[in-house]
Ligand binder design. Structure first.
Ligand SMILES: [Fe+2]
Length: 152
């Protein structure tokens, strides 16, 4: 079951990448919260707020897990943009494109978390695996809802 290659990736690296992702996502969701327009404004504006509030919690929880492991989470926006796999808002999205972009972001973070869960389990780091499982479960629900919104 354990994959030799995955074992070589330190848990710290996978944790820090998610710190960066949730940092970028936090601002991206604010961007969408502020700039969403159209007939679904009153649905999406509060939904994006709910999601950035959760992103902030995830950011803090993952960063503090790193500190508990005596490792240092990156804590500048410059570094987060370099490390994150999530791309910032580009400022041109329609409401529908915002929802699609977030569904894709949640999907790719879920894939990375799945890898992170295996890495953590391989290294007997059950608390990190448990934390990633909880975050993944919530993101999968958001992804489903965003895709349902799009009629997918
Ligand atoms: Fe607001």
């Amino acid at each position: 079951m354990a994959k030799t290659k995955e074992k070589a990736v330190p848990v710290t690296e996978t944790l820090n990448k998610q710190v960066a992702n949730f940092s970028v996502l936090y601002m991206k969701l604010h961007h969408y919260h502020w700039y969403v327009k159209g007939e679904n404004f009153f649905t999406l504006h509060p939904k994006f707020e709910e999601m950035y509030t959760e992103a902030a919690l995830n950011l803090d929880t993952i960063a503090e897990r790193m500190l508990s492991l005596l490792t240092l989470p990156t804590a500048t926006l410059t570094e987060h943009l370099k490390i994150a796999s999530i791309k910032e808002a580009d400022g041109e999205e329609t409401a529908e494109q915002m929802v699609k972009s977030l569904a894709d972001d949640f999907d790719s973070i879920c894939t990375e978390l799945t890898e992170g869960i295996s890495i953590a389990e391989d290294q007997d780091d059950q608390p990190t695996a448990d934390m990633f499982i909880a975050i993944r479960s919530s993101l999968e629900k958001h992804r489903w809802m965003l895709e349902a919104y799009l009629g997918e």
